[in-house]
Write a protein that binds this ligand. Structure first.
Ligand SMILES: [Zn+2]
Length: 350
């Protein structure tokens, strides 16, 4: 009995150390592949620079799905695009914004996602600023004035410096003063919009119905020179977002009684709906194929940028993990599924 126990112990220790050894080798081979043969930069280039923005319902999104499937298949991983719902079809074309009065100047900006197009010649109109309202009656009384005009609908920002930069260079007193004034201005703007009975989402539609020629926003991201490019929310008139500095200049001209004029040319295509997809890749489990380990990220993005951080980096990380596992650990016990979801940004459609 004693001997048997001893023998068992020896063999167990042997098995454990052998197991640990192969495990160590496995971990080492995974680490080596990760650090010495990383494909992340190539994947990042292909997805974010070459394909670029991945707005749901656009040809770019479809291109990204097809690219991902091909990539997985090239690594010997089974993958396909599975349809999940549909979305409105749209394709961004070029857009440009020029100030044509009181003098000529190119404005930094672009059309928002799903913005209706202008004619090929573009449209030229006077610019008006959404006033400050204290109640809905005031708003309704003002509304007819937007007819044929380009309406500025965002809060005026007195400074485009991010808070951290103010903090670094200001005296403590002027930093506090700036913060207090900035918070008060935001609160006053919020109250004024609330007084109209509209939200920033429904306002554009309301202005469109009242006959506005187009809408100009400036949705500052609170960093140097960065704005958010979300959706237009109109059916026939274009919506463009312009930089904080250009917006501020137009605002100050209007405050001083001038009427700046903008020429907007926004081109886009798209009619009806298109099917939307999730890309799903699978490495089958060898012992417990019915149990799953899921790796996922969302493949879609908004289309004002290249969707690098939201969520391009997540996408390529999941793909790289799958590639490295397939190469170094091709027969996992459980099934590994990689889901690159088709439409996180539009409310989890997929
Ligand atoms: Zn996201």
């Amino acid at each position: 009995m004693k001997n048997y126990a001893k023998l068992l112990m020896v063999s167990t220790v042997f098995a454990v150390s052998l197991n640990a050894q192969t495990k160590d080798q496995m971990v080492k081979s995974i680490m080596d592949e990760t650090y010495q043969n990383s494909q992340l930069e190539t994947l990042a280039y292909e997805l974010m620079d070459e394909i670029g923005p991945r707005l749901v319902g656009t040809p770019k999104m479809q291109q990204a799905h097809d690219w991902a499937v091909k990539r997985f298949q090239n690594w010997g991983i089974e993958a396909q695009n599975e349809q999940w719902g549909e979305w409105k079809a749209w394709e961004r074309g070029p857009s440009s914004i020029e100030m044509v009065a009181p003098y000529a100047k190119s404005i930094e900006g672009m059309q928002l996602a799903w913005s209706p197009a202008t004619s090929a010649k573009g449209l030229t109109a006077d610019v008006v600023m959404l006033p400050v309202f204290t109640n809905k009656q005031e708003f309704n009384a003002w509304l007819p004035k937007v007819k044929g005009k380009l309406v500025m609908v965002s809060q005026y920002q007195a400074s485009g410096r991010p808070e951290y930069n103010w903090k670094e260079y200001a005296t403590p007193e002027s930093f506090e003063k700036m913060k207090t004034e900035s918070a008060a201005a935001s609160e006053a703007w919020r109250k004024s919009i609330a007084a109209t009975g509209e939200t920033s989402k429904t306002l554009n539609e309301k202005l469109e119905k009242a006959g506005a020629a187009g809408i100009v926003s400036s949705y500052w991201s609170r960093g140097f020179g960065v704005n958010k490019i979300f959706s237009a929310g109109t059916k026939t008139i274009p919506v463009v977002d312009i930089s904080l500095e250009d917006y501020g200049q137009l605002y100050r001209m209007i405050q001083h009684g001038k009427t700046p004029k903008l020429k907007i040319n926004a081109q886009s295509k798209g009619k009806g709906t298109v099917p939307t997809f999730n890309t799903v890749a699978v490495i089958k489990g060898s012992e417990k194929p019915e149990e799953y380990v899921i790796l996922s990220a969302h493949l879609d993005s908004w289309d004002g940028g290249t969707g690098a951080t939201d969520n391009g980096t997540g996408t390529i990380t999941m793909m790289e993990v799958a590639r490295i596992l397939k190469k170094n650990y091709p027969n996992p016990k459980r099934t590994i599924v990689v889901g690159l979801w088709g439409s996180e940004e539009q409310g989890l459609n997929g």
